[in-house]
Design a protein around this ligand. Structure first.
Ligand code: PLP
Length: 478
């Protein structure tokens, strides 16, 4: 029986009284006594603070309900699964690459059991963790040797520190990049202990600029792949091969930060060509660095591949220990790299490749299958249509490249207040048990279906849309 509270502060139930309710007992069982008492205290305090104006039930059952709801929502994982319908395949804010089943199985095993991480099973002696992928990287890139660290930012930091600490590092002004998430090359350079020597101008850098900058203090020449922007027009940069010849002549390591680091020719998935790791090494870079979770489609990782003598120096740097990979991702990376041994079947097994390879017609078929369910869920106030759209690769890779795609465009039927209605719809979709993340463009909420694979899971939660929605979502009562 509910009892409304204004002016009746003294009649709030005791914590014990709430604990004795059915819901209170269940909460204790599930979340523990201490957490339940704390949640009840908070619910009581909230009602007390709301003062005499609060016209809401505050009997023991109502307090128990509020405390339980709180415990429930706190108990939900914070790193939650979402539906990525943004159209950006490698969305950094949504965790970049989705892993293939073989990598998931390998990672689960590495979590559940002891693994031969730094142990040579054959000889029973100590081994090295990077050995698990070193051979694969050599085979797939032509590198003599490789080292693995936490991510590519770590790889760049480690390489700069190894060859540039207390020395100068020469970089073209046109390549002084910032990657999302506060990765600025000049800042990393400073933290690595290297002095930045900028050569050339934003749009033009010549070989003679590099030549003129080399002194007895030079530790390395760095080439950074400007993966997230393009300068067009009157431009000149020095081909890697020419830079490599200069570096060799002067006895300096040439480091090429590739960023994405494609292992295969991406044109097979209909993407624009991007230099592969093998090509960058063949052009003469001493070392290349690249990410594991961008175009490679694996776990977060930073790969340093190239000449053996250089890799050995990197591996001996004490920072390597601070930046090392964990067993779980190492197991996953090994499984992903193995898929690259058979490039013809990559799209069948590697989700990132599969998403790139999906044709507009295949994606439109997904949208067509889901249209009616989405229309029923959003109600009469919104029109849902199948529309063409453009997906992006994401993570700064190939920024000008878009992939012809298809999705559901949801528009408020009424022009009035359309912006607010769209925002309400986006909020409602994000409040679903598995949040759905789309993007708003041209007065519509677009759900790009390129990365949609779990159609049953998507449809099953749609009926919850109206109860998940903010109070003023849609005009007619549900
Ligand atoms: C993405 C990127 C990085 C950083 O790599 P993370 O794996 O995100 O740490 C560094 N350099 C370039 C050129 C990049 O594109």
């Amino acid at each position: 029986m509910n009892q409304n509270c204004p002016g009746q502060m003294k009649r709030l139930p005791s914590v014990d009284r709430v604990l004795q309710t059915d819901l209170g007992k269940v909460a204790c069982e599930r979340f523990g006594h201490a957490a339940t008492v704390e949640a009840i205290r908070r619910a009581l305090a909230r009602i007390r603070d709301a003062g005499d104006d609060a016209h809401e039930p505050c009997d023991a059952a109502a307090i128990a309900r509020e405390a339980s709801a709180h415990l429930e929502s706190e108990g939900r994982p914070s790193v939650r699964r979402v539906f990525n319908l943004t159209g950006t395949v490698l969305h950094t804010n949504l965790g970049r690459a989705v892993l293939p089943e073989s990598a998931i199985a390998a990672a689960v095993d590495a979590m559940r059991f002891p693994v031969a991480l730094e142990f040579d099973v054959e000889g029973g002696a100590r081994g090295e963790r990077d050995d698990h992928v070193r051979g694969l990287i050599r085979e797939l890139t032509g590198a003599e040797d490789a080292a693995i660290v936490n991510n590519n930012a770590g790889a760049v930091l480690l390489v700069l520190n190894t060859f540039g600490a207390g020395k100068e590092a020469i970089v073209s002004r046109g390549e002084l990049i910032e990657i999302g998430g506060a990765f600025r090359l000049p800042d990393i350079m400073t933290r690595a202990g290297a002095r930045l020597v900028e050569v050339g101008t934003t749009n033009r850098t010549h070989l003679s600029d590099y030549e003129g900058a080399i002194t007895a203090d030079t530790g390395l020449i760095l080439k950074a792949h400007t993966s997230n922007f393009v300068i067009q027009g009157f431009t000149k940069s020095v081909p890697t091969a020419e830079l490599a010849a200069l570096a060799t002549l002067r006895g300096l390591p040439l480091i090429h930060d590739l960023g994405s680091g494609a292992l295969v020719d991406l044109t097979r998935f209909g993407l624009a060509p991007e230099p592969t790791v093998r090509e960058a090494l063949a052009e003469g870079a001493g070392l290349v660095t690249f990410s594991g979770d961008k175009l490679l489609g694996g776990p977060q990782a930073g790969v340093i591949a190239g000449a053996r003598a250089l890799v050995e120096r990197v591996a001996k740097n004490p920072l390597k220990r601070a930046l090392r990979m964990d067993k779980i991702r190492l197991a996953a990376l090994e499984a992903v790299l193995k898929l690259y041994r058979d490039p013809d079947r990559l799209a069948a097994h590697l989700p990132t490749a599969r998403f790139f390879a999906r044709t507009k017609a295949e994606i439109a078929a997904v949208g067509a299958r889901l249209r009616d369910a989405v229309a029923a869920a959003v109600g009469e106030d919104y029109a849902v249509s199948l529309a063409e759209c453009a997906s992006q690769i994401g993570s700064g890779a190939l920024p000008l490249e878009t992939l012809a795609s298809s999705g559901l465009a949801i528009r408020p039927r009424e022009r009035k207040d359309a912006g607010r209605r769209l925002a309400l719809l986006a909020t409602a979709l994000r409040r679903l048990p598995i949040p759905v993340v789309g993007r708003i463009a041209d007065g519509a909420l677009i759900l790009d279906m390129r990365c949609m694979e779990d159609e049953p899971g998507f449809v099953a939660q749609l009926p919850a849309l109206r109860s998940a929605a903010p109070p003023d979502f849609g005009d007619e009562a549900p």
